[in-house]
Design a protein around this ligand. Sequence first.
Ligand code: HAM
Length: 383
Amino acid sequence: MGEIRTPMFEHTELFVRGVGEGTDVVQKEMYTFTDKGGRSMTLRPEMTAGVARAFIEHNLGQQTLPQRFYYIGPNFRYEKPAGGRQRQFHQFGAELYGSAEPAADAEMISLAYEFLKGAGLGNATLSINSLGGPECRAKANAALLEFLKNSYDQLCPVCQERSAKNPMRALDCKEKSCQAILADAPSPIDFLGEECKKHFDDLKTILDAMKIPYTIDPKLVRGLDYYTRTVFEFIDPGSGLAVCGGGRYDGLIEEVGGSSTPAVGFAMGLERIIQMLEQEGQPPQANETDIFVGSMGPEGYIKSQALANSLRKAGIRAISDLAKRGVKAQIRYADKIGARFSVIIGDSEIQSNQASIKEMKTGAKEDVGLDSLGEYLIGKIKA
Ligand code: HAM
């Protein structure tokens, strides 16, 4: 899987067509401006549409399919900033192009699941649903419209407005009054045609075989218009917020000007992941330093810089003292930057021609001759 980097802003039209004219994202949340050439541009509110545009523009469909991409970067939505909602936030996501197989959906779900588990967030709950293809959706929408006919006046203004274009979106309205009305509403899952039903059944079978726990949420519809068939979300049980959302979007590439290509993917909110980790009492820690190489005295200062440099050349994350602090302050610094090991080279080390490697966590020390110190450290840290 390779990284794909798309521009921070795109033509507004891409998001209107891709994400959907009737969505909150397009109607209310886009940062749109006119550039000096009079073109309407928009800071990307999400990355799937930009990846689709790049896929078409660079003829990636001509290469072997399926293809997988991942991305990480900032996105912009004019939402009310509140717990877990920022106007500039970061997403990590992945997209798989060129397979309509349920195994592709399962692969993307599994990737997100393993990533969250690896980050210590295995308790995020996975909900899945299927919206079906265009025909199933049309049937589901018609049934929902019929169901809402008599309670239209009691719906919130947003749902009233939406119900004309995409009544399905009312299903995930957060308004209590709408939720009460929609409790018994027909769900898209009740209108799946034979093929879409088989696709969803096969996906469930593969997830079971992969031992990925999930629940089926018939009301899960997602807020972006491009989804077909599978949709899914990982929810933080503490805040109830989605840390990850995704699904299949077999019509998007055609919608934005390419040839029909099935695709599936997800994106997760990095700020939400950090928030969840903090709530769980395990804030993410950058453990980015293998060794701190400190020094005392002018000769030790030079030797320590040379040692740190040769360690870095060997791929070791080595930090030397650049502040000429006292030894105690250097060790405190080594501790703060999360160094696994530290070593100090001062006059006495040079005289005895050996230095003491300290494992910061345990305090255990090991004396090694200066001449072989570099090589010894490389072996020890890489082991
Ligand atoms: P989304 O559900 O709109 O999907 O966003 C994905 C994730 O981004 C959310 O689950 C949440 O963690 C995070 N997120 C969204 N808005 C905000 C915000 N204002 N502040 C903080 N975090 C936020 C998409 O964007 C789709 N492009 C996902 C996808 C990829 N579907 C298929 N491929």
